[in-house]
Design a protein. Structure first.
Length: 500
């Protein structure tokens, strides 16, 4: 039998008492200006880039030193208070959404580039350093940091580590995981911990791949050592138009099948092309059903040869128009639309929810055509832009969060995209993480036993579940409830998938 719900006034009293206890404890370890708890000060932290879900934190703390981070974690652990680490808040899955009875630990003041070492081609940076700032600091040495999320002007390296972020050039240069050598930070108890290092191999268990992409559930990151790569002598971009979605999808698979690994291989459908062209005027073909951006970089000779090979494949696959950037300004203009896809979508809709599933490249056309049918079913528009070379989709479902019914339909639409992606042999996330957005979809992809194993890893680092609780790994009860929700009129949407 469930305990009766507490009256609202009792809940408010509990929150106020807990807040007073936390503030009193944290005032002993950080300066007064580093603590925020008044409503008007904490509201800006109530969500990340996934604005559909909001929660006001109990307290926000902005430490300035590692000693303060350790002290905050020790204090919260002693009180049994949840802690949610936060970077720039650009995440798109609700990974940094606060806990109502917890502390939001902002790493915003950890914004120092500790060292650039051009000889070892590495950089040591604090967690709050912006992604793009690393490349800007390395530029005088002819180096840069390869992973380039669309939000790279604002997103931080700590957040990139949490989500294992990628970007338009991740096809050739890899995700955050492939470009990070070491992560330093603190456990939930406030103890210092380092994952990875400068050696070619790890001593003992290699836990670096485990912490990268762990969404703040295992440790709080304060410092990261990243790899730097030489800036290519030349980069050129092909912009190819297609009059059919399937032809464009097949072209992506054909480029990779030809043994070509472009520096970037991106795709936009017609609605997204129209949105970004109206915003940045990149010169996109508005009559095309889909546009591919295919980039080659390297020496001038390498680029010329690869551009020729890619152009030939694209023509064979039915490209109706092909343009190749003539100079750096034109290359950047081609990419400007892709890089501004999200803000362009914000201009044509009050809100959008960006999905992040992956599928086999050969199924690109299938998923896009399926999404078109879902638009009709759920009565909402969807614009598509994605890392086509990796099969990493970013459908942007357009809706109005102030309309409860639209939000409900948007959630159903997003869940169906993720479930269909799994049915096609894919996964529910590629680089944005699970957060709170994809908790239900994790029940579709993983069995109860697999989720239990993930919980076991979580408990090994955080026995009491205080770091970013209620995210990423669904409970068995949640999966059971979601399984019942999927049954519609006595039939399952995808009977081939496991149920709970």
């Amino acid at each position: 039998m469930n305990a009766p719900a507490l009256p609202a006034e009792n809940t408010s009293l509990q929150r106020a008492q807990r807040q007073a206890d936390v503030v009193r404890s944290l005032q002993a370890v950080v300066p007064a200006h580093a603590l925020l708890w008044q409503a008007e000060d904490t509201v800006p932290y109530e969500c990340d880039g996934l604005t559909a879900y909001r929660e006001r934190p109990l307290v926000v703390v902005l430490p300035e030193t590692e000693d303060q981070v350790a002290a905050v974690l020790r204090a919260c652990h002693g009180l049994g208070v949840p802690v949610v680490a936060r970077g720039a808040g650009t995440g798109l899955s609700g990974g940094a959404m606060p806990h109502a009875m917890g502390v939001t630990l902002s790493l915003a003041k950890f914004n120092r580039i500790v060292r650039i070492d051009p000889r070892s081609r590495t950089a040591i940076v604090q967690a709050g350093v912006r992604n793009l700032a690393i490349s800007e600091a390395a530029a005088p040495h002819g180096l840069y940091y390869a992973p380039d999320p669309s939000s790279q002007i604002a997103c931080t390296i700590g957040g990139n580590v949490a989500e294992n972020s990628g970007g338009v050039h991740c096809l050739k240069y890899g995700l955050t995981l492939h470009n990070v050598l070491a992560v330093r930070g603190f456990t939930v108890e406030g103890d210092p911990v380092t994952f990875g290092g400068g050696a070619l191999d790890a001593t003992g268990l290699d836990l670096l791949p485990l912490v990268i992409g762990s969404e703040g559930m295992l440790a709080v990151t304060t410092e990261v050592t990243v790899k730097l790569v030489p800036k290519p002598l030349l980069a050129r971009c092909i912009m190819a138009s297609f009059d059919d979605i399937r032809k464009a999808g097949d072209a992506v698979a054909s480029v990779i099948a030809a043994g070509i690994i472009p520096a970037g291989l991106e795709m936009m459908d017609k609605p997204m092309t129209a949105a970004v062209e109206d915003f940045v005027h990149a010169g996109y073909d508005l009559s095309a059903e889909a546009i591919l951006l295919c980039e080659s970089d390297g020496t001038p000779e390498e680029v010329e040869e690869e551009i020729g090979r890619m152009s030939a494949v694209l023509r064979q696959c039915g490209a109706t128009a092909i343009a190749v950037s003539r100079d750096e300004a034109e290359r950047l203009r081609f990419w400007s639309g892709r890089k501004n896809a999200f803000p362009a979508s914000g201009r044509i809709s009050p809100d959008y929810m960006c999905m992040d599933s992956t599928i086999p490249r050969k199924r690109l056309a299938d998923i896009l055509l399926a999404i078109t049918e879902m638009e009709k079913k759920h009565g909402l528009r969807c614009a598509n832009v994605f890392h086509a070379g990796d099969g990493n989709l970013h459908p942007l479902i357009l809706f109005d969060a102030n309309d409860a019914d639209q939000l409900r339909r948007c959630e159903l639409f997003g869940a169906e995209i993720l479930e269909t992606s799994v049915a096609m042999g894919g996964t529910v996330t590629g680089e944005h993480g699970v957060g709170v957005e994809k908790l239900n979809s994790m029940c579709v992809q993983f069995s109860a036993e697999e989720n239990a194993q993930m919980f076991a890893v979580k408990r090994a680092f955080d026995t009491n579940g205080l770091l970013n609780p209620g995210k990423v790994i669904p409970t068995l009860q949640r999966c059971a409830e979601y399984g019942r929700m999927l049954v519609r009129a006595g039939a399952l949407a995808h009977p081939e998938l496991p149920r709970f």
